[in-house]
Design a binder for this molecule. Sequence first.
Ligand code: IMP
Length: 436
Amino acid sequence: MRVATNIAVLGTQWGDEGKGKIVDMLTPHFAAVARYQGGHNAGHTVYVRGQKFVLHLIPSGILHPGVTCVIGNGVVIDPQALFREIDELAKLGISVEGRLLISEKAHIILPYHRELDVLSEARRGERKIGTTSRGIGPAYEDKIGRRGIRVCDLLGDREALAQEVRENVHARNQIIKDSTLDWQPVFRQMVEHGERMRKWVGDVSVFIAGLMARGDRVLFEGAQATLLDIDHGTYPFVTSSSASVGGVCTGLGVPPRAIGGVLGVAKAYTTRVGEGPLPTELEGALADRLRESGQEYGASTGRPRRCGWFDAVVVRYSARINGLDGLALTKLDVLDGLKEVPICVGYSTSSGPITEFPADLRLLAAATPIYETMPGWSAPTKGVTRFEALPLEAQRYVRKLEQITGVPCSIISTGSDREETIVAPGSVVERWLAYA
Ligand code: IMP
C-alpha cells in the first residue's frame, strides 16, 4: 500500500523565514496546500513569471495548477482582502475556480476589527505589540469570546446574522468612545461577501479526510512562526493564533496522526518585525548590512525588520515544540563575505546562564547572548546547489547549527529562485517526496 506523507511546513523563529519559497518548491508533490491559522497579516513572497507577487491569505500552492488551496477554520478571513487577492491573481491569469476551499467554520474579520486593532495598540502606549493593524487580534478575541461571526453565518439564516452583527456592533460601540457605528451597512456588506464566497465554502475536515483516504498528500502551511505563537511565543508580543504544529489539528480538523512530518524553516540569522525582545539583535552597520543584503522589509507592511545573529536557543526550542524532522535553512547567501559569524548558544541572565528558552520576558529582555563564533567565508554560496560546493566555512557553519539545534538541515536555500536550493541527499525531505 502506498503511504502518503502529509507534512507541515512552519516557521521556527519570528516569521519571515522564507516559508513561501519552500512551500512553493514542495507544492508540486502535494494534492492540496492547507493554511491552518493567521490571516492576511502573513505575506508570502513568490515570483510568477519573473513578477513578484505577495500572497497573504491564499496558500502559495495556488500558483501550481491542479493543487487545491485550503483555508482552514483556524484562519481569520477579511473578505475584502480575500477578494482583492483573488482579483489580483485573476489579472495574472491564475484562476482560483474549483481550486479554493474555505472552511465554513473560519471566523470573519469585520470592518471595524482593524480600527479596534489600531486603537488597542494606541491604548497600550509603550507596551504596544507592533501588530500589522489588520484586525487579526480583535477577530480572534471575538472568536474566543464566543461572539465571533463565522463564514457559515454569512451563508445561513439572515435574521440570525442580523442579530449577531447588531450585537457585535453594539459591543464595539461600547469600546470606542463617542462612536455609534450603524450595524445595518455592516450586515448588508456581510451578506454580499457571503454570496461572493459561497461557491468556495465547504467542510475542510471532510475534504482532507477524503484526500487522505485516496492516498493523496496534503501540505500544512504555517504562517507567522513558533516564537509568535499565542501559547509558545514571546507573549504578549505574539500573534493571536497557534502558529506551531498544534495549530494544524485544531485549525483544520485533522488528527495528529495525519501529520507525517514537520519541516521547520529557519533563516541563517534572525529577524523580527514588531516589538518584543530579540536577544541577538544587532545595531548599526552590521544590522544594516544584514537588512540590506537580506532585503529585510516586511512583505505585508514594508516595515524594516530588526536583524540579529542566529539564535540556536530559539531554534532548538522550536524543534522541541514542533517535533521537527528537518530544517529548511534559508538565506545562507546573505552571510557571504562576513569575516565571522556568531551563533547564540545560550543566554547569560541575572540567575546564571540558561540554554532553554525562558517564559519570563523580563528575564529574556535582560539576557545577554552567549556566542560561539564561527569563521566566515568569502567565496559566494549564492546559487550553490550541492552541499560539497559550499565554501568549507559555510559547510562548518551549517554543521554547527545542526549540532546545536539537534535538527538536520534537509534543505538549504542559497537564493530566492527555486533552483538556488540544496536538498540534502538522504534527508527526510527526499524520503517524503519519494512517495510522490
Ligand atoms: P498581528 O498578527 O497583526 O496581531 O501582529 C502581532 C505580531 O506578529 C507583531 O509583532 C507582528 O509584526 C507579527 N507578525 C504578524 N504577522 C507576521 C508575519 O507574517 N511575519 C512576521 N511577523 C508577523
